[in-house]
Design a protein around this ligand. Structure first.
Ligand code: SF4
Length: 321
C-alpha cells in the first residue's frame, strides 16, 4: 500500500522508493525550514529535488520512514488528490524584482490560500507573473495572471505537458479585487459546467466565445450586486453597466456604431472573436466594454463602419441558427 503523503518514485530490484513534497506557498522558504529539510533528508537517506511548482521534494525514501519524515518536517503535503488545484506558481513581482509591474506575491499567496487542494473537475494549475516577461509561465497555466502597467491580465485554458495549449486572454487591466473576483467566477463556472477535463479542453469543447460570454456576464452581474448604489449626482460605476446598458440592444437588432460593446457581446456572443480579430483584446475590462463601438474603434484606430459591417455579418448569421 502507498504510504500516506508519499509518491512512488522507483521500483529497482524489487525495492520501492518514495518521495514527499511539502507545501511551500509561493515557493518561499525560511532558512530554518530549509535546515529542517536538509536534516530530515540526511537522516533518512533522501535527496532534495527542486520541482517546477516551486517546491522542494525529498526523494529516495523508504516506505517505513514516511510517517517519521512527515512528523519531523511538521509540514503539510503539497498534493491533495488527482483532480484539485495542484499549484499556484508565483514570480517575485514588485516585492523583489526590478521589472515588476504588479504585486504577484500578494495576489499569488491569496490565490494559494483560497484554492490550493480544492476539488476541481480535473487538475488545475495557476500562475501569477508580475510583468509580461511571465516568469511564472502564466500563459501555460489553467488560470494565469500577468501584471501590466494597467493592472492584471487574466488568461484561461493554458497547459504544458503532452498537450500544450496557450491560455486565452479573458480580461485585461483589472484591479486586484476584480482579478480575484473574476478568478472566483471562472472557477465556479468551470466546476459547475465541465466534465472531467482541464479548462483548456472545456473551452475547446464549448468554444471560447461562449465561455467568455457566460463568465463575463456572471462576473458583471456579481459586480453589480456588490457595487453600492451611486449617488444621483455621480455617474454610475463602469462595472454597473456591463450586463446590459441603456443602448437597449436586443436579439434581432442590428449592431450600430452607437451600440455598447457589453451589449454586443451579451446579445451576440459569437461576435467576440470578430472583436478580438480587430485587435480589441480588452473585452474583459469593465470600463472598455462600457464604451460605444464607435468610441472604442477610435481608440484602437479602426474604422467603425468596417467593424459594424463585420459584426453584423456574424450577428445575422447567429440569429438565423
Ligand atoms: S515576470 Fe516580471 S516581475 Fe516577475 S520575476 Fe519575471 S521579470 Fe520579474
Amino acid at each position: 500500500m502507498l504510504p500516506q503523503g508519499a509518491n512512488l518514485q522507483k521500483i529497482r530490484d524489487g525495492k520501492r522508493t518514495y518521495a514527499v513534497t511539502p507545501h511551500l506557498p509561493g515557493g518561499f522558504v525560511k532558512p530554518e525550514t530549509l535546515e529542517k529539510y536538509t536534516r530530515v533528508a540526511r537522516e533518512y537517506g533522501g535527496t532534495l529535488k527542486l520541482t517546477s511548482a516551486q517546491r522542494i521534494m525529498i526523494t529516495g525514501l523508504k516506505a517505513e520512514d514516511i510517517d517519521n519524515v512527515w512528523a519531523e518536517l511538521g509540514m503539510q503535503p503539497a498534493m491533495g488528490f488527482a483532480n484539485c488545484v495542484r499549484s499556484v506558481k508565483v514570480c517575485p513581482g514588485i516585492a523583489f524584482c526590478k521589472r515588476g509591474k504588479q504585486d504577484s506575491v500578494k495576489l499569488g499567496l491569496e490565490l494559494d490560500r483560497r484554492y490550493i487542494k480544492k476539488e476541481m473537475p480535473s487538475r488545475l494549475k495557476m500562475g501569477v507573473s508580475g510583468c509580461p516577461n511571465s516568469c511564472a509561465e502564466a500563459i501555460i497555466k489553467d488560470i494565469g495572471v500577468i501584471g501590466t502597467d494597467d493592472g492584471w491580465d487574466v488568461y484561461v485554458g493554458g497547459s504544458a505537458g503532452a498537450h500544450p495549449r496557450l491560455g486565452d486572454k479573458l480580461a485585461a487591466g483589472l484591479g486586484y479585487d476584480d482579478t480575484l473576483r473574476l478568478i472566483d467566477t471562472v472557477v465556479a463556472y468551470y466546476r459547475e459546467n465541465a466534465d472531467i477535463e482541464r479548462i483548456g479542453q472545456f473551452i475547446d469543447r464549448i468554444g471560447f466565445a461562449k465561455f467568455c460570454a457566460d463568465v463575463l456576464a456572471r462576473f458583471a452581474a456579481a459586480g453589480e450586486e456588490a457595487i453600492p448604489a451611486a449617488p444621483a449626482t455621480e455617474p454610475p460605476a463602469p462595472t454597473a453597466k456591463l450586463p446590459g446598458s441603456d443602448s437597449g440592444l436586443k436579439p434581432g437588432d442590428p449592431i450600430t456604431a452607437g451600440s455598447i460593446i457589453a451589449d454586443i457581446i451579451r446579445v451576440y456572443p459569437d461576435t467576440i472573436p470578430v472583436l478580438r480579430g480587430f485587435g480589441m483584446g480588452c473585452l474583459g475590462c469593465p470600463s472598455a466594454t462600457g464604451e460605444a463601438l464607435e468610441k472604442a474603434a477610435g481608440i484602437h484606430g479602426l474604422s467603425a463602419y468596417e467593424l459594424v459591417q463585420e459584426l453584423n455579418k456574424v450577428a445575422i448569421r447567429s440569429e438565423r441558427q
